[in-house]
Design a protein around this ligand. Structure first.
Ligand code: PFF
Length: 450
């Protein structure tokens, strides 16, 4: 092992990497966003386009991030600095690392607040508080939670602490051990919920909503929506996969790992839809936009179903676990950087970064109550951070990673990491032309330039 691999440690196996990276990929994006988007954009037609984006753009960029990480063996900032210097390129590329690290950090600040809502719901739904409730009462309960800074701050604090406790323990004792337990637990819960939906829900109708291809509802914007979702869901462009790649043992196959992670992420997104829609339809409810679906619609459905309190609690525990393994990945690039450049131990780095991230999260909490009327560029604090990260930083980060891996890193280097052959040649063409071109399109569309 070199000094660099010793500094942070390595995953104990390729499986450990696949589990941790799948944990990063599988998150809130899979459980509430994907099912809704699919339902609203032509069901099976959207799923097809989404799969195309994932395979044609997602996998090549995931491979690029992993190979850069493994080659650089440091936080994204230092990895890009080192590799750019090696290739004789300018210091500009280090900026791409900064962008990625900052994006992950900002996303975590609001991700933690939303995951906190899910924590609150484990108790609310499991404790039967919402039992017998009609839709209006459940909606009021959700609004009350959003209106209460105190409650949200408590849950946000707990979620952040759980994240930091895991990350603070390091790669093997912390992240690897946690994902080794949490990922199978998550899978088990999902299978359980699918079975529940199968027996008590309107299974046929749910499946039809999700999978029946309706090409007339597949609008021009759907392609771009599918691509943006593929990016967010796979967790690309935020340095997480790059820093996880930095801990990947030398001989593990990057292509196989990327396929495994992508398959797991896609399977969970589909399985979440298969669990959610039959339950929604069984209660004569409509699938609604965004977070409302799981916090306003689903609890009503669970309240009316046999064993609903238990299965509702299981559902929200699933959301929390999925969010937790993503949160770990969102802050790891920052922690790696602080321990490399500021000489901090991991627990110290966690304490400082966690505090700043927690403070930023208060902005999201307040945007639903105390600061509800404060706007910047027409957006409240939460919307601003979401826009900055998901619509701006993430696609730019993705394009830069693709350009760096395709044009700056020498082909001998990428070939040594990925292995030669037809697969490699295909990857190289994709990463040089198709990926930056396609993601560039998403970006221009997001900022309203096209
Ligand atoms: N992929 C996560 C989701 O679908 O919710 C979000 C995410 C996690 C993005 C970790 C980026 C990341 F580094």
């Amino acid at each position: 092992m070199t000094d660099l691999t010793l500094r942070h440690g390595l995953w104990s196996s390729r499986l450990a990497f696949v589990l941790a990276a799948s944990g990063s990929a599988i998150g809130l994006g899979n459980i509430w966003k994907f099912p809704y988007l699919a339902g609203d954009n032509g069901g099976g037609a959207f799923v097809l386009v989404y799969l195309l984006c994932v395979v044609a753009i997602g996998i090549p960029i995931m491979m690029a991030e992993t190979l850069l990480g493994r080659r650089g063996r440091q936080s994204p900032i230092n990895t890009l600095r080192t590799l750019a210097a090696e290739a004789g390129a300018g210091g500009f590329w280090q900026g791409a690392g900064w962008l990625a690290v900052l994006a992950g950090f900002l996303i975590l600040s609001y991700y933690s607040v939303i995951a906190g809502w899910a924590m609150a719901y484990i108790l609310k739904v499991g404790g039967g508080f919402l039992n017998q409730s009609d839709a209006a009462a459940v909606r009021t309960a959700f609004l009350e939670l959003k209106a209460s800074p105190d409650l949200q701050v408590i849950w946000h604090t707990l979620f952040m602490l759980a994240t930091l406790l895991i990350v603070g323990r390091g790669i093997n004792d912390g992240i690897e051990r946690a994902t080794r337990i949490m990922m199978p637990a998550l899978l088990l819960m999902l299978v359980l919920l699918d079975a529940y939906a199968m027996t008590t829900g309107s299974f046929q109708r749910g499946l039809a909503f999700l999978f029946q291809p309706d090409f007339s509802r597949l609008g021009g914007g759907s392609l771009l929506t599918a691509m943006g979702q593929a990016f967010f869901s796979l967790g690309l462009g935020m340095g997480s996969i790059m820093v996880y790649g930095a801990y990947l043992p030398d001989r593990a196959s990057i292509a196989q790992s990327a396929w495994a992670v992508t398959l797991a992420d896609t399977a969970v997104a589909l399985a979440a839809g298969i669990a959610i829609f039959p339950i929604v339809f069984a209660n004569g409810m409509e699938p609604t936009l965004g977070p409302g679906l799981i916090f306003e619609t689903l609890p009503v459905a669970f309240a009316h179903m046999p064993g609903g309190a238990l299965f509702g609690a299981v559902f929200f525990a699933l959301v929390v676990l999925a969010a937790l393994t993503s949160a770990i990945a969102l802050i790891e690039p920052t922690i790696a950087y602080l321990s490399e450049n500021r000489g901090l131990t991991r627990p110290e780095a966690c304490l400082r970064a966690g505090l700043v991230c927690w403070l930023l999260g208060l902005g999201t909490v307040f945007s639903f109550n105390l600061w509800a009327n404060r706007t910047w560029f027409g957006k409240n604090f939460f919307e601003l951070i979401d826009f900055l990260t998901a619509d701006l930083m993430l696609p730019v980060g993705g394009i830069l990673v693709a350009l760096f891996a395709g044009w700056v890193v020498e082909s001998q280097v990428s070939e040594a990491e990925l292995g030669s052959g037809r697969g490699y040649r295909l990857w190289r063409v994709t990463i040089r032309y198709l990926a930056p071109g396609a993601v560039g399109l998403v970006f221009l569309r997001a900022i309203g330039a096209i």
